[in-house]
Ligand binder design. Sequence first.
Ligand code: GCU
Length: 666
Amino acid sequence: MKRQDLHAAWLPPAAFRSVGSRHTVVHGDGPLLDTVLAELREAAGRYGGTVRHGDGAEPVDLVLALSAVPAESGGTGDEGFVLARRDGVTTLLADAPAGLLHGLFHVVRLGEPAFTGERPAEHHRPALHRRIVDDWDNVDVHPVMGQVERGYAGGSIVWRDGALREDLSRVAGYARLLACCGINGLVVNNVNVHASEAHLLTDRLGEVAAVAGLLRPYGIRIHLSVNFASPVQLGGLPTADPLDERVREWWAHTTRGVYETIPDFGGYLVKADSEGQPGPFAYGRTHADGANMLADALAPFGGVVHWRAFVYNHRQDWRDRGTDRARAAYDHFVPLDGEFRDNAVLQVKHGPLDFQTREPVSPVITAMPRTRVAVELQATQEYTGQQRHVCYLAPMWRTVLGFRPWGEDRPDVAQVAAGGGLVGVSNVGDDPYWTGHPLAQANLYAFGRLAWDPTLDPAAILDEWIELTFRPDDTADPQTLRRTLHELMDGSWQTYEQYTAPLGVGFMVSPGSHYGPSVDGYEYSPWGTYHFADRDGIGVDRTRATGTGYTGQYPAPWSDIYESPDTCPDELLLFFHHVPYHHVLHSGRTVIQHIYDTHFEGARRTERMRELWRDLPAGLVDPALYARVSERLDEQVRSAHEWRDQINTYFLRKSGVPDAHGRRIY
Ligand code: GCU
């Protein structure tokens, strides 16, 4: 029996069997074409095919050609390709080398069907130009956050013990995996730029260049998180004021140095005036002043600054009911619309708070028509089970990307993000399975695929990932393997939502670690994340009529839909409204009964997930992988029960309302 090599994630050698057993010819030259040829030759060496570079007379099954695609068809752009099959020959055409690389991975994904029947020409082009993964890696092991901030898969694949790893083969493997799902940019270090990491910009730039060299063959450009105070920290200047000439000159010449070393450098990422990071506020300047200074330094070289909109007061007094963290990004940034340079991208978390299991779409995304906006998603499962729980996030992301802020027939979030890009916080580490929980790999894969095509169906993406990764057809029972993985993963986000914080209220997690329940953990903290549960009700009043006015940050029709509990979607009710426990949801249940029911149901579903995995016939997956998933499912079941019991007990005690079904609550 053939076992999957999960360490290869979604690119095990067997994924190349169909391609590798064919006779292939490649026309064209260039560094990315060398990568295409190397991939094809490796596969052919393994599976008996042949690969020819350039003309010849022998018959072929697959042609990859760099050649101008007829202009009347719109061309393929920098990264697109045309796939067709006629008279027994499959053809990939692209205007640019990156198109052939993406096309090759597409053919790999298709497997045998790429080589059967006829196929009319299909045009593939990424919907978003910038498809970037943000690693939150530190060079040093941070005393609180560890080496990878919010990392749940071990240490960094780039650094170890404060220095660049000698063996960077995992980085090369990462580049391949990322390219295969469509990623073309990587930010190599954490948004919180500590002392050592700040030096990556100057005297440690060689380390960045080394990583860039491994990404380049896969069409991925490197980006760097930089510290706004670098002119002071690294340059010895007395100020980092973005309007000070010395500061501007420091950034200009430092950036020139970066491009001398890394000519295809992508640009900077900045977290400023946020959670203790320095920023322009210290000098009485705006965030547009800060971003534009860096944009100007990058512009001569075609670079871009990604400037994060995650700016809020993290030292809030919980007694202060007037301050609403959800409002903060909009209040800071929307007045600056139109002031940002063209090569400045405002990077906005998809929700107004912080990657909760359920949040509305950030209104900032809707309110800056004269600014390039990138949407940031989080593949690392900080608030969604930390890669101990199965939580397939593509359905959540699809909901976000397909949301139409201005109503039907108007652009969706993905279309707005096309101006700036889609960014995903990575979930990998030096764990042999890359992501701790082997099934969490699917989140990174799905992120890339959605960035390429935001309209893809999450279940179809999962199919692709399962076929590539697990090779079901190489096992004794492909259907059972496929069905089990789908049953475990398809609805796992919803399951996770059921047993954690209810109805969009968010948080209720253990402070600091963010793992496991702690209903009041953040209730009297300075972080601005409260649920306001008392004996009568729960939720945050964010209405214009009586609350913080946050609903007014949305355009019509959502500003009104969210304003009234009668029209607000159930799953976001407590995000927008403070309601009594006996408030009746659209589902027909009261809020308190919904809390009880969903928590019993969610915990029960995790038991069912574990049973499904236990019932998987032996030999369908690698034993070590099987054991890893089993151990994680045990923890998920334990944790889901803990969530269920703490949440239900808390609300029974607060409300005094018994469960209508008389189930056990403590
Ligand atoms: C969250 C997370 C932090 C991270 C921050 C950010 O608050 O807990 O670890 O630094 O997001 O996105 O900047």
